[in-house]
Structures are given as C-alpha cells and as structure tokens.
Design a binder for this molecule. Structure first.
Ligand code: CP3
Length: 354
C-alpha cells in the first residue's frame, strides 16, 4: 500500500498542500505555517462566540467547534487548521470528573494514584465523542484544500494531570508513582495509550489529515527515565495510527535532551521548542524526520523588526532541513496581538516563496 493510497482515502484534496508536503519532506512552494493554540483567546472573535459557554461544553458543540477552528484560518491564512478541543476531552468523555478552570487549566476531582483508581479509565468508543466526528465532518467540507490537524495529549502529560489532580510545575506525585511503583505506572500509561489511540483514530477516520501528540510536560524527565517509563506508551500510540499514512507530529516543551528519543518513538515530524536551534535539533533527531518550530512565542511581544529578525534566524537554521513546518516554540499566548501573528504568517510565506 502506498502512503498516498492510504492517505487519499481520507482527505484527497489536502494531499498537495504545503503543510503535508513539508511533513512528508517533499519540496514546498513556501514554508507552511500554523500556530499551536491558534484557535483561542488571542482572538476577539473567539472570545465573542465563547461568551457564557464553559470550555469543555464548547468542545462538545460541533457548530461552535467548527467556527472556532476556522477563525484563525480565515484571519491569519495559516497553512493548517487545528481541531478545537482540549487534551482532557477524551478523559471527560469516559466519565472522569474533571473541569477546565479559566486561568488554571484542567482540574481533576479525584486524582488517580492507586491500582483501584485505574478501573476508572475505561476504553473510549467513537460514540463517547460523537461530537468530534460530527464537527470534523463539517470542518473538512469548509476547509477544502487546507489540512486539519487532529491532536491528543500523550500518556505522560495526561497522567500528570490525572495523578496531580491539576497543573503542576514539579510533577511530584506523578514522578513518585513512576519511580515508586513502576508496574502500576506502566499499566496507567498503557491505559492512557489505548484511550489516546482511540481518540486519534476517531479524528483520522472523520477526516483529519495529520495528528499531533502533545507531550507538553515530558521535558521534566531525564532521557533514561523517558526511555524506560514513557516511551513505550508513546510508541504504542504512534503505532496504533501508523497504517493510516497521515503525518504524526510529536511535541513537548523543554525536550532538548529528548528530541532523539521522541523521534524514535515513531513521529514523522518532531516539534521543537525555542531552546534548541533547528539545525542542532536536526542533528539530535537524525535523518528521515521533518521538524516543526520554533520561534520563541514571547518574541511576538517585541517590535515588528524584532519579530522579522528572529524569524530570519529560525529560517536560516531551518534551511538545510529535510522538511520544515514553521510554528512557535509553544502555544499562542492570550495577550498576543492577532495582527502580529497575521503579519508573521505573511512574512514566512514571502521569505520562503520559491
Ligand atoms: O491549538 C489550538 O488552537 C487548539 C485548541 C487547544 C486547546 N488546548 C484549547 C484550549 C489545544 C491543542 C490544547 C492542548 C492542550 N491543553 C495542551 C497541550 C498544548 C500545550 O499548550 O502544551 C495542554 C497542556 C492543555 C491543558 C490546558 N487546557 C491548559 C494548560 C489550559 C489553559 C488554562 C488557562 O486558562 O490558562 C487549557 C484550557 C484551554 N484549552 C483553553 C483553550 C482555548 C483556554 C480556555 C478558555 O478559553 O476559556
């Protein structure tokens, strides 16, 4: 089976997009651009449609999800859309009592810390997230040739929220479990790998042209611990969706020391934060992978001249990559000027046009 044959089964009209070409390490008409967290609070039109609707509820309304996902595509002319949802949506969908608190993040009512707690993590079925299938059906019609990126939280990052009960800087309960009860930890990550795989499959089956696995907080681990205690679960997720032939992106923050292993876990594209220049990241990742990144998001708060100069640095470091998808090194921040993002997309397109 050729990868093209498999992929065109899903979204043939997106196959020749700059974004998917870059992911496949093919020649591109310009460097494609999208932004993590592009759909969200930096946009006034987002705040308007979200008024009075809690975050998790908004993720379950297909029409609203479609509108919010399209907003940054219309405004910024980015090369890909990212499905509007959150990494904790599949956990909510299987009945975990959690909420997303504004200004805080996901908060879990009863943290998962014992073997008995594991039983609460049941399998995810497509019916549990029927609104995702509905929304993606609407979206792919509206998006035409613009690819839609589906996503999920990686087992470690999901485990961190579940075990801590909320956001954490130190991940102390999570690490205590990982170091202290390796078998329970392995079983927990394996459960989460099953749920994450099922959630990504739903999105691909519905029409997503690529998927990104967010392991946002895995940079808290040393490479040996990552390899032993986390990588097997992430490998399982990437393997589970490999046969679809859609590009698989793998991203985390502060993962400079883990880039090689994160590529090895099975990604086609490795996301890089702003701490490692892309040419050095390519040496760490090795051949056969595209890279995504990596402008420091905070640069967007500086002047236009500074944004352009720092963007030039990213593009210069990326010039010999096999494939490059331009992105920020982490997500768009709520206080960012949307016009600065629109200008950045145009700047990258203009500078890299062949
Ligand atoms: O990228 C996109 O535009 C798509 C939407 C998206 C959201 N969350 C919407 C959201 C994506 C891809 C995510 C992923 C996500 N969620 C991650 C991984 C990405 C990363 O930033 O590393 C993580 C760690 C989460 C958990 C989470 N959810 C956090 C930390 C927060 C922010 C809490 C806050 O208010 O400061 C959320 C809430 C959330 N997810 C918002 C949005 C738009 C804000 C909620 C709101 O608008 O009320």
């Amino acid at each position: 089976d050729s990868p093209k044959g498999q992929q065109t089964k899903h979204q043939p009209q997106t196959y020749d997009s700059a974004f998917l070409k870059a992911c496949r390490r093919e020649a591109v008409p310009h460097t494609p651009v999208w932004f993590m967290r592009q759909a969200g609070r930096s946009l006034p039109e987002y705040l308007k449609v979200r008024e009075g609707i809690p975050m998790l509820e908004s993720c379950m309304r297909p029409e609203l999800v479609t509108e919010i996902t399209l907003q940054p595509v219309r405004r910024h002319k980015v090369d890909a859309a990212i499905y509007f949802s959150d990494i904790v949506v599949p956990l909510k969908a299987i009945g975990i009592d959690l909420d997303i608190k504004p200004g805080v993040g996901p908060v879990v009512a009863d943290p998962i810390r014992t073997r008995a707690d594991l039983a609460r993590l049941r399998d995810l079925t497509p019916e549990d997230v029927h609104y995702v299938t509905e929304a993606i059906g609407m979206l792919t019609g509206e998006l035409g040739a613009t690819p839609l990126i589906g996503f999920a939280g990686a087992p470690f990052t999901l485990a961190s929220y579940l075990v801590e009960g909320g956001p954490s800087r130190s991940h102390e309960h999570t690490k205590a479990l990982m170091y202290g009860d390796p078998q329970l930890w392995a079983d927990l990550l394996d459960r989460l790998a099953e749920i994450t795989s099922a959630f990504l499959k739903v999105q691909i089956e519905a029409g997503a042209s690529a998927v990104q696995l967010f392991d946002s907080w895995v940079g808290a681990l040393a490479p040996a611990d990552y390899r032993r205690s986390v990588m097997p679960a992430s490998v399982k997720v990437f393997d589970a969706v490999a046969s679809y032939g859609v590009p698989r992106i793998h991203f985390g923050v502060g993962t400079g020391e883990l880039l090689g292993l994160m590529g090895e876990a099975g990604a086609d594209v490795v996301g890089v934060d702003w701490r490692v220049p892309l040419d050095e990241a390519a040496r760490r990742v090795g051949p056969g992978k595209a890279l995504q990144g990596n402008l420091d998001p905070a640069v967007l708060f500086a002047s236009r001249e500074v944004v352009e100069a720092k963007t030039d640095e990213v593009l210069a470091a990326a010039k010999d990559l096999e494939g490059h998808v331009f992105n920020l090194g982490h997500g768009v921040m709520p206080a960012m000027d949307p016009d600065a993002l629109t200008r950045l997309v145009d700047y990258v397109h203009t500078r890299t046009a062949v």
